[in-house]
Design a protein around this ligand. Structure first.
Ligand code: HEC
Length: 113
């Protein structure tokens, strides 16, 4: 019985993304801050992360820990779904970031209070 339960727990964990995983958060933070990859800091300041771009094109990111993961994923994948005139590029739709990279960024965004 104990064995069965353990197996069920592992299966449930593997089917979803472990957004609280510290390695995934670190990877996402790197993508967020690296000009050659995500370059989010060109437009967004956040939680101790300073803006590194010509202007504050995007809003300072805050309170994102309250957003559902899927909403954050969708925003990064294609901002036009929630804002048809967004100045933010569609990172997923344009193939700039892979599915895994977007999930890593979401894991980092979830840490932004
Ligand atoms: C060229 C500038 C630009 C870049 C680069 C950019 N964004 Fe944005 N972002 C915006 C703008 C402008 C908005 C506000 C309009 C909107 O909601 O679409 C926004 C909105 C957002 C929001 C919603 C914030 C809120 O409080 O509603 C999130 C989350 C976000 N961006 C994440 C990211 C991430 C993660 C990256 C990097 C992968 C990124 N952005 C790169 C310009 C940018």
């Amino acid at each position: 019985m104990k064995r069965l339960l353990t197996f069920a727990t592992i299966a449930a964990f593997a089917s979803g993304v472990a957004y609280a995983d510290t390695d995934l958060v670190k990877e996402g933070e790197k993508i967020f801050k690296t000009k050659k990859i995500g370059n989010c800091i060109a437009c967004h300041a956040a939680n101790g992360v300073k803006l590194d771009g010509p202007g504050s094109l995007g809003p300072k990111l805050q309170g994102l820990s309250a957003w559902p993961e899927q909403a954050l994923y969708d925003k990064v994948y294609d901002p036009y779904t929630t804002n048809p005139i967004s100045a933010m590029p569609p990172f997923g739709k344009n193939g700039v970031l892979s599915d895994h990279q977007i999930k890593a960024v979401v894991a980092f965004l979830k840490t932004i209070k």
